[in-house]
Design a protein around this ligand. Structure first.
Ligand SMILES: [Zn+2]
Length: 230
């Protein structure tokens, strides 16, 4: 198994459970000004577990922490210096899905868009014309990856999906990996009506970002399959 250098501890490759006809490399990227999470679906021959009869795609997570100090200009320059070699060490994907900046209906900070600009420059410098870049909103990629009706899935639900579907071993103790009964996540004292409490993470850990990156990559695979079946 080809191991991609990882900043996080989640180095174990995963195998998607579905039978996929794709033969491309697909990346999903969840960018923030704090860190960049990446999910990679790699279909190159020779990858995968040696005991498997046929080559299967391998799913790999990645996480890159960015410098939070100094001014925005210095942060963006530092982000570029870190993101570019991080991308260059990976195979050029056919499709790279980036989550559109959002802020739950609030005003999206300009910095988020600036970082997307830096990221796109790095994608171009690393992969050039080989790579199509697709921007998807959170609901767009969640519906593709998790299925219809899941467009508003919260972070714990995404993490639970990545763990159950892909075998992702990232954990978030703050929300019990999204697997705990949802009443545990309710406000103290909240009683009855528990079903209506949203399953949210009180303070999302990086595992959530990586799970989102994996979801974005799977959404890219679903997108390519959709195009082909039209
Ligand atoms: Zn959590």
């Amino acid at each position: 198994v080809s191991q991609l250098p990882m900043e996080a501890g989640w180095a174990r490759p995963m195998v998607p459970p579905w039978s996929c006809e794709l033969a491309e490399v697909i990346y999903g990227i969840d960018p923030s000004t704090l860190r960049i999470a990446l999910g990679a679906l790699d279909y190159r021959p020779g990858l995968g577990y040696p005991d498997m009869a046929a080559p299967r795609p391998v799913v790999t997570p990645g996480l890159l922490s960015l410098d939070t100090a100094t001014t925005e200009c210095a942060r963006l320059a530092g982000a570029r210096d870190r993101i570019l070699p991080w991308l260059e060490q990976r195979a050029a994907p056919a499709l790279l899905v980036i989550e559109k900046p959002f802020a739950s209906g609030q005003h999206v900070p300009h910095e988020s868009f600036h970082l997307i600009g830096v990221l796109k420059e790095c994608v171009w410098r690393a992969y050039g014309l080989e790579t199509e870049v697709l921007m998807l909103s959170p609901s767009e990629w969640k519906m593709r990856a998790l299925g219809a009706g899941k467009g508003f899935a919260e972070k714990p639900a995404i993490l639970a999906w990545a763990r159950a579907t892909l075998g992702f071993d990232g954990v978030c103790e703050r929300c019990g990996n999204g697997l705990e009964p949802e009443e545990k996540l309710g406000r103290p004292g909240a009683k009855s009506g528990k079903r209506k409490l949203k399953l949210v993470c009180p303070r999302p850990s990086p595992a959530h970002d990586v799970a989102d990156g994996l979801g974005l990559a799977v959404a890219g695979a679903v997108e390519l399959e959709r195009r082909r079946s039209r």
